[in-house]
Write a protein that binds this ligand. Structure first.
Ligand code: MF3
Ligand code: CO
Length: 250
């Protein structure tokens, strides 16, 4: 395992990429309404990122065909924008976006309601986003990474949500997926020791039902086995001496 340590200057560059990433999420959530296709959202994301000097980095990654990932309802991650996938009132929609700017990458995901959503989805969105911040609070130099994983799992399960096991966060910066792997479940006191200058993407993927997932025939889209809705919130953060800094925020 080779974990990169980023300099302050490099972290500033990841943060610039992260700001464009954040702006792309804001742009897309304002476009969300019943009747549009997930392909339209993917196209708009690609245009927006390029117009601002960035590269939509998912495109071509291991052959991935979209600019970003757009996942709806029981789709957990890696949903591909399709002309014939039309957004409806009551859906929840996740954007998962990797931007490269000036050679540095950021990764961020958000899940949004379309119009009025049911109570189950409201509960899921609220607590999935909360689980990300609850987990992040564990981060600082000298602490084992497993503390974040354990905290996210504990919070999610306390609120009756399933923690997807197969996928997790990762180092990010020069590449989309670097060491270390960042699971959303685990035990306190385990895992690698965090160091100042590590940059990781933390990304709880929670479900309103069971946590088992499968891949669709398109070889990308991951869906819940019980068709329960799933949510996904992700920030890229840098580890500091006394905590962490969010790099994909405003
Ligand atoms: N943000 C996604 C992740 O961390 C990256 C998607 S890769 C893609 O897994 F190829 F599906 F775009
Ligand atoms: Co990620």
């Amino acid at each position: 395992m080779k974990i990169n340590i980023y300099s302050d200057e490099e972290i500033q560059k990841i943060k610039k990429s992260g700001h464009l990433n954040y702006m792309t999420h804001q742009y897309l959530k304002d476009l969300l309404k019943p009747g549009i296709s997930t392909k339209y959202l993917d196209d708009e994301a690609g245009k927006f990122i390029r117009e601002h000097g960035g590269i939509p980095t998912c495109l071509g990654f291991e052959g991935y065909p979209g600019n970003i990932c757009v996942s709806v309802n029981d789709e957990v991650v890696h949903g591909i924008g399709r002309e014939d996938h039309i957004i409806k009132e009551g859906d929840i929609v996740t954007f998962d976006i990797v931007v490269t700017l000036d050679g540095y990458m950021s990764d961020s995901a958000t899940t949004w309601p379309v119009g009025k959503i049911n109570k189950e989805k409201e509960h899921l969105l609220y607590h999935t986003e909360k689980s990300l911040y609850v987990g992040l609070k564990e981060l600082k130099a000298g602490v084992p990474l497993g503390n974040l994983s354990a905290r996210i799992q504990q919070y999610a399960e306390k609120h009756g949500l399933g923690v997807v096991r197969e996928l997790g966060g990762h180092g990010v910066g020069h590449e989309m997926h670097e060491d270390p792997f960042v699971p959303n479940y685990g035990k306190y006191g385990t895992g690698i020791e965090l160091k100042k200058g590590m940059v990781i993407a933390v990304e709880p993927m929670l479900t309103a039902g069971d946590y088992q997932v499968s891949m669709l025939d398109d070889d990308w889209t991951i869906v819940t086995d019980d068709y329960s809705p799933a949510a996904h919130f992700e920030h890229t953060v840098a580890i500091t001496e006394d905590g962490y800094e969010i790099l994909t925020g405003e």
